[in-house]
Design a protein around this ligand. Structure first.
Ligand code: ADP
Ligand code: MG
Length: 245
């Protein structure tokens, strides 16, 4: 599904990712942990093609194609999705037309029938209900005055509508109360199957029961410094990252 090969990334002349390599197979879930500032969000953003970052060397291969210099929208059509750590508020951008446009664009580019606005509304209502979001949300503006938890649900709503094959979650569980965590966890479980893959950045074990990762990678100072199973996450949560620094 994804092959990251010797990725070196800079932003404003600063080296941020230093020779990152890993793979995610079809149906696999990989978790990335690591101290603040170690480059986790940069990695997530670079995989999606964020323009702030310069790929100095290395490759990002997605489903057999080198997408290292593809535009974010091309990556979205190919089947990549990123849920932001800090989703932007966009005043004036009403949710319903935004979501419908995004849905239509991605489906049309994938040569799938986007269907009518009515069938979209039906699908949207179903997703809103699964995520326990009030239906009056769709007349609000994108993330404008949303609580932290609502912003995360808004990302998961976009995930469900984009139907990607690889979802990247950048701290999807941060700032969620117990009930919202359960709702988010169930959304993650609905996405997971033997075809879809998942890359999740997190600080907490509590979300791992929903993700059930095949591998845990630990980043420190722009490098992957450790790799292991779920037990590594438990160990890090207990002992902290001090041993890695
Ligand atoms: P993490 O998500 O692991 O906390 P980040 O990827 O957000 O870490 O940041 C890693 C390092 O890169 C930090 O030192 C951060 O300040 C720096 N950085 C991230 N984005 C940029 C940017 N656009 N311009 C300059 N420096 C950046
Ligand atoms: Mg981050």
């Amino acid at each position: 599904m994804l092959e990251v090969k010797n990725l070196v990334v800079m932003a404003k002349d600063k080296l941020i990712l230093d020779d990152i390599s890993f793979e995610i197979d079809e149906g696999e879930s990989v978790v990335i942990m690591g101290p603040n500032g170690s480059g986790k969000s940069t990695l997530a953003n670079v995989l999606m093609g964020h323009p702030d970052y310069e790929v100095k060397s290395g490759q990002i291969i997605f489903q057999g194609k080198d997408i290292s210099s593809a535009k974010p929208e091309e990556r979205a059509v190919a089947g990549l999705f990123l849920a932001f750590q800090e989703p932007r508020e966009i005043a004036g951008l009403e949710l319903f037309p935004f979501l419908f446009d995004a849905y239509k664009s991605v489906r049309t580019a994938r040569q799938q029938d986007p269907g009518s606005v009515f069938s979209f509304k039906e699908k949207l209502d179903k997703e809103l209900s699964s995520l326990q979001i009030h239906t009056d949300w769709s007349s609000r503006q994108l993330n404008q005055d949303f609580s932290g938890g609502e912003k995360k649900k808004s990302e998961l709503l976009q995930l469900a509508l984009a139907s990607p094959s690889l979802a990247i979650f950048d701290e999807i569980d941060s700032g969620l109360d117990v009930d919202a965590l359960e709702v988010a966890g169930q959304a993650i479980k609905r996405f997971k199957n033997d075809k879809n893959s998942l890359l999740a950045v997190t600080h907490y074990q509590r979300v791992l029961k929903y993700i059930n990762p095949d591998r845990v990678l630990v980043m420190s100072r722009g490098k992957i410094v450790k790799s292991g199973g779920q037990e590594l996450a438990a160990q890090l949560e207990q002992e902290g990252f001090s041993a890695l620094k």
